[in-house]
Design a protein around this ligand. Structure first.
Ligand code: TXA
Ligand code: MG
Length: 316
């Protein structure tokens, strides 16, 4: 059930989470499917609801830094990134403390945990009221498109989630950037709207992970085909067939032959494109497109993060 994020409803959902329930809520990146990170059976319900493999750990969310630093060990790099980007669309992977409240299931048995302080006022108020770490993977069935609105969560999960706290359209539109700080060289495991260039301004030695290294996968979830529309997606635009939809960017001429055309940003604005990406893919999936054609964007700035999502969407 979609419910507006009134103060009363936020308290109701917080109480529901604290008694072992699951609920979806708005964040600035994508909607999350929340559960009490300290309660293994609540966390198991999240894995079940999403049909997510249990080897793929979840992100624990916090309203306050002192709560977060109780559960994971901050280091100087973490403190620098926290100061610049929290609350905001950044997730850090850090060693768990010996007394960490993050349960074994939430971190998939690893000695590290992914943590984030979201900026969205609904997420913050909910986390403050729950006063404990809340796991929140994206609120979609595993492998499908991430949701950026309450309606998209409902469309994909229906009544498997008792409450969906509506906080409007997620403004960032892409999942958080994930940086692994458990080894000396800070390593980006997933790009979101915090770009490589922004991170390099704070940590000049930060680098992209080699996610093709299947022997020692760094982010267990990053090897999977992901963010995929059900109709399939190709990264080329040649020989369109009837029924195919085109997802384009910028002001280049639109080839003929596509049944539907949507432009992520006519002005060529990456931020606008990131914000529109999942919504447009959802619309195309729902409209019955036989397949989506989506050429890659320029491989610069936020274009890199958007291209990562498009490549994964085309991987099936
Ligand atoms: O923006 C976001 O991060 C959203 C919102 C709801 O906060 N959440 C999200 O969660 O995208 P999820 O579960 O869809 O993606 C979490 C990613 C997965 O790829 C997982 O493998 C990785 O984080 N991860 C979690 N814990 C990890 C750890 N200890 N080490 C490495 N990667 C980890
Ligand atoms: Mg996800």
């Amino acid at each position: 059930m979609i419910i507006p994020a009134t103060a009363k409803n936020i308290l109701k959902v917080a109480a529901h989470l604290c008694t072992g329930g699951i609920a979806a809520f708005a964040t600035e990146t994508v909607y999350g499917l929340g559960a009490d990170a300290t309660n293994d059976s609540a966390v198991a319900a999240v894995y079940d609801c999403k049909q997510r493999p249990k080897f793929n750990p979840l992100i624990a969310h916090y309203a306050e830094l002192n709560e977060l630093s109780y559960d994971v060990k901050l280091n100087p790099n973490a403190e620098l990134l926290a100061e610049h980007f929290w609350p905001g669309p950044l997730t850090l992977v850090l060693p768990k403390t010996t007394h960490s409240r993050i349960g074994a299931l939430a971190s998939a048995g690893l000695s590290t945990a992914a943590v984030r302080m979201p900026a969205h006022h609904v997420a913050r108020q909910l986390l403050q009221a729950a006063a404990r770490p809340i796991v929140a993977p994206s609120a979609n069935p595993s492998g499908r498109l991430s949701p950026v609105s309450a309606e998209q969560v409902y469309y994909m999960l229906q009544n498997k989630v008792p409450y969906i706290l509506d906080g409007g359209l997620a403004q960032e539109g892409l999942e958080s950037t994930i940086v692994d700080l458990t080894s000396p060289i800070p390593t980006i495991l997933r790009l979101g709207t915090i770009t490589l260039a922004l991170l390099q301004q704070i940590l000049p030695n930060v680098k992209m992970a080699n996610l093709n290294n299947t022997k020692t996968p760094k982010a267990p979830g990053m090897l999977l085909a992901h963010y995929a529309p059900r109709c399939g997606l190709r990264l080329t635009i040649d020989n369109p067939i009837a029924g195919e939809a085109l997802l384009t960017f910028g002001d280049s001429p639109v080839p003929k032959g596509f049944t539907q055309v949507m432009n992520l940003s006519k002005a060529g604005d990456f931020k606008e494109a990131a914000c529109n990406l999942f919504t447009y893919l959802h619309i195309m999936e729902k409209s019955g497109a036989s397949r989506i054609a989506a050429p890659l964007l320029p491989e610069e700035s936020l274009g890199q993060a958007i291209n990562d999502r498009l490549r994964r969407a085309s991987a099936n």
